[in-house]
Ligand binder design. Structure first.
Ligand code: SF4
Ligand code: SF4
Length: 291
């Protein structure tokens, strides 16, 4: 199952852009001869909401899920951090595949739901809005394209439960799209920005601690009721994470800063460096710092 979020060279995708009301011919079902074939050759990029759903289902913390089920990769030439599903041992088989099918079906990731469609979100340079385009992905092993059923992209997305996934991931996708559509003009984000991107995108438990930390609240002003919501509401926290990343990476300020935040940040930083000179080196993703 190829990841439908980008179109690689020599892609199996049919190079016809479709919109929500275009139709395509495809049906996947348990009695098809290729059942489970796609889950034996995976290359799945995971989104923040994918991680949250799987983590909740398995009863794991963010760090436990990341360690057991994911591998990091670089999403672009500037090493923007991404996460892929880890496969079983040295095979290409999904860890959640069972003889009866997907072992996490109700919480399967976005890319599994989209297959055999690919999604490509695009934003023209300097445009404030993005556009979703869809492509049919035809791989030799997949016999679903020979079935007679046709449907619109809209119907397929609804049937696959994708609307909520796309809605919740929209802010995060916009962060990535903005970097792609801005090209070199946005520059390479700093190591610290990438650490924050990783934390806010993939380590929701760590991001929640970060938002509740003294360091964060020394710099940002959050209303008490919003802080309360972020303590318990995962979806609100994902939405807030996207806002935070737009501010950190692109200066789209929607979270108020304390007036003396920069001076106090620099003061704390120099105090820490004086007390622990090696602190700036090898700062891990799980050690969220605002400076
Ligand atoms: S999560 Fe489920 S549907 Fe997706 S590749 Fe794994 S077994 Fe297949
Ligand atoms: S029809 Fe395609 S998507 Fe469905 S099980 Fe077969 S290979 Fe997988």
């Amino acid at each position: 199952m190829s990841d439908g979020t980008d179109i690689p060279f020599e892609s199996p995708m049919i190079p016809t852009k479709m919109t929500l009301d275009d139709t395509f011919q495809f049906r996947c079902h348990k009695d098809i001869a290729c059942f489970n074939q796609c889950c034996q050759q995976i290359d799945l990029t995971l989104t923040p909401y994918d991680l949250l759903r799987l983590q909740r289902r398995l009863g794991l913390s963010s760090t436990e899920f990341l360690a057991q089920y994911t591998v990091p990769f670089e999403m672009d030439a500037q090493a923007m951090p991404g996460i892929k599903m880890r496969t079983q041992g040295d095979t290409t088989v999904c860890p959640f595949l069972t003889p009866a099918g997907c072992g996490v079906y109700e919480d399967r990731p976005t890319a599994c739901r989209y297959y055999a469609l690919g999604l490509m979100s695009m934003r023209a340079k300097d445009s404030p809005t993005d556009e979703d385009l869809f492509f049919v992905v035809k791989e030799d092993h997949c016999l679903g394209h020979r079935e007679s059923q046709t449907q619109t992209v809209r119907e397929y997305r609804k049937d696959q439960g994708l609307e909520i996934y796309d809605e919740i991931n929209r802010g995060w996708r916009q962060v990535i799209l903005k970097k792609r559509s801005s090209g070199p003009s946005v520059g390479k984000p700093s190591t610290r920005s990438y650490q924050l991107f990783f934390l806010a995108s993939y380590n929701l438990d760590g991001f929640r601690e970060f938002v509740a930390s003294e360091g964060f609240n020394d710099i940002y002003v959050l209303e008490a009721d919003l802080l309360d919501i972020l303590r318990t509401d995962d979806i609100a926290l994902l939405n807030f994470a996207a806002r935070f990343l737009k501010q950190v990476l692109y200066g789209e300020n929607s979270i108020a800063l304390r007036p003396d935040a920069e001076a106090r940040r620099l003061e704390r930083r120099s105090q820490r460096l004086a007390a622990q000179p090696q602190f700036t080196e090898d700062r891990g993703y799980d050690e969220p710092m605002v400076d």
